[in-house]
Design a protein around this ligand. Structure first.
Ligand SMILES: Nc1ncnc2c1ncn2[C@@H]1O[C@H](COP(=O)(O)OP(=O)(O)OP(=O)(O)O)[C@@H](O)[C@H]1O
Ligand SMILES: [Mg+2]
Length: 507
């Protein structure tokens, strides 16, 4: 091939200008467009004559107007950079990020002109941001894991010695009380570190086939009966099978946390849709895909709530990030969800529009299993039966407890406080086989509630529960003449045994 001769060069340069994929344009220093190539006309969606009556600012997204002004104002300064990143708004209204390189020339009359070439870098930017975000989360995972692990060791010391102190306090009640306060604080801290460990994927977890559909249905059933009276929950299962390998308890927690957040976001009611579908995922040029290619179960959890402001969307998965009032949220819900999903070889994304709602999309690798497995089936088949009233001021405890008990096959009613419990019991004491009562509640205390329950039914069958150490409350439990006590946090097996025992001695 012979090198380009000057006589051919006009055609060559015209061809370059006319057929480039990049946008090429020229404008005056006030931004009025003076020339544009076909790629630019296609992008703006107008014919050339119309484009030449536009100013660059007419097609620039508001967020980029500052950058545009800088570009035009300093164009004549030879020291100023000759690159800019602008978001322009194209024909369909979609913002497109352009990397623009430009130079300044002059027209025939000697006026300064800008000549520019712009390349669409929207996808590259998105991929970079995605990458940055996941690196940040990875760093947090490492940090959280390290801190939580060391912290747990320290807490073991604190808990051990404070209970020793409490035991040896003898006839010095103020020392016992102080030791118990330390214990309580340390127990709360241990709960937090355990949640952090969940986020950091260091906790134990099972790997058994889990039917995600069953897991979602459990959460729906649980919440409909307890918190979300004005939220309509819609399971919308498009996937024919929904088996993934993992931990049934953790999977349940993922949907529970998402659903609780969603119902918080819909104080005036709304709908919460759980849609599942099987999808084939792989990275393409347009969409970065962070996992190995393959068959995934996509679960979209979509609410019609208040939405998440764009500026905080990138932070919601961070541990301790919360917008809720002090005491209402710890900001560990989504961090835990994130940790669990990653732990299961999955991926989570969020999209949200203010005032319209939020959708979390979770991708989990589909497992080949299609046989129903015993593990993830509710255990009611074991024949447990009976009606239990759970009285606890903490919503999460009520949820967990009623969930565990329902799994075991019991019928559960919950009450958030003593008064509510008494009201219920007065009407239903004959069909209530067992009451699980929290000792420490604001308002009516556990003790007082117990006394009133006894007034209604002197032989009320009861298990006392407390988040505090057994030593601290045993005295009180004995005084009240109650023999059964379980300590929070409940282990499934301990709870099952305690309840079975209590029901076996039912008069
Ligand atoms: N469905 C949703 N709609 C609107 N905002 C949400 C939604 N889910 C999460 N958020 C926002 O993300 C923040 C973090 O959620 P996350 O579950 O991690 O913590 P939290 O709910 O505030 O506290 P916790 O779950 O520990 O009780 C919330 O405070 C809220 O601002
Ligand atoms: Mg939450």
């Amino acid at each position: 091939m012979t090198p380009l001769q000057s006589s051919d060069s006009d055609a060559f340069y015209r061809d370059l200008f006319e057929n480039a994929d990049d946008i090429i344009f020229s404008c005056r220093l006030d931004g009025l467009l003076w020339a544009a190539n076909p790629a630019m006309c296609r992008f703006v969606g107008r014919p050339l004559p119309q484009i030449l009556s536009l100013k660059l600012s007419d097609i620039t997204a508001p967020a980029s107007l500052g950058e545009l002004r800088r570009m035009l104002e300093f164009a004549s300064d030879p020291e100023a950079p000759r690159r800019a990143e602008l978001t322009l708004v194209g024909a369909n209204g979609a913002p497109v990020r352009f990397d623009i390189g430009f130079r300044v020339t002059s027209d025939e009359a000697g006026g300064a002109m800008i000549q520019a070439i712009g390349r669409d870098i929207t996808d590259r930017k998105a991929a970079e941001e995605h990458h940055c975000q996941s690196q940040k989360m990875e760093a947090m995972v490492l940090l959280a894991g390290g801190v939580a692990h060391d912290f747990n060791n320290l807490l073991t010391g604190i808990l051990g010695y404070s209970s020793l102190l409490a035991e040896q306090s003898g006839d010095q009640p103020e020392i016992r009380e102080a030791a118990e306060v330390i214990q309580r604080a340390a127990e709360r801290a241990a709960q937090l570190t355990n949640q952090l460990l969940g986020f950091a994927r260091r906790g134990d977890h099972q790997r058994v086939p889990v039917d995600v559909h069953a897991s979602i249905l459990e959460v729906v059933e649980l919440l409909q009966r307890t918190v979300a009276h004005n939220v309509e929950m819609i399971p919308d299962f498009q996937a024919t099978t929904a088996w993934v390998l993992g931990d049934p308890g953790q999977m349940h927690q993922v949907f529970l946390n998402l659903a609780l957040n969603a119902s918080d976001a819909m104080p005036n009611g709304g709908t919460l849709r759980f849609r599942t579908e099987a999808v084939e995922c792989k990275a393409t040029r347009q969409t970065p895909w962070p996992l190995p290619p393959g068959q995934y179960l996509k679960v979209s959890v979509a609410d019609t709530g208040v939405g998440i402001p764009p500026d905080i969307q990138a932070r919601i998965f961070e541990p301790f990030f919360t917008t809720k009032a002090e005491g209402r949220g710890t900001g560990l819900g989504l961090a835990t969800v994130y940790g669990i999903v990653k732990n299961h070889g999955g991926h989570i994304e969020v999209s949200s529009e203010l005032g319209k709602g939020t959708t979390f999309a979770i991708y989990l690798p589909l497992s080949k299993h299609s046989e129903p497995r015993v593990e993830s089936k509710p255990r009611e088949k074991h024949g447990a039966s009976g009606s239990i009233l759970v009285v606890d001021d903490e919503e999460m405890v009520r949820l967990v407890l009623s969930n565990m008990l329902q799994h075991l096959g019991y019928k559960v009613t919950t009450a958030a406080g003593g008064r509510e419990a008494i009201r219920y019991y007065r009407e239903h004491w004959q069909e209530t086989d067992l009451v699980i009562l929290d000792m420490k509640m604001p308002g009516m205390s556990g003790r007082e509630c117990l006394l009133q329950l006894r007034e209604i039914n002197p032989s009320v069958n009861l298990i006392l529960s407390s988040g505090y150490g057994r030593e601290g409350v045993m005295q009180e439990v004995k005084e009240l003449g109650v023999t059964r006590f379980i300590q929070k946090p409940y282990r499934h097996s301990t709870l099952a045994e305690a309840v079975a025992e209590a029901l076996a001695v039912k008069p």
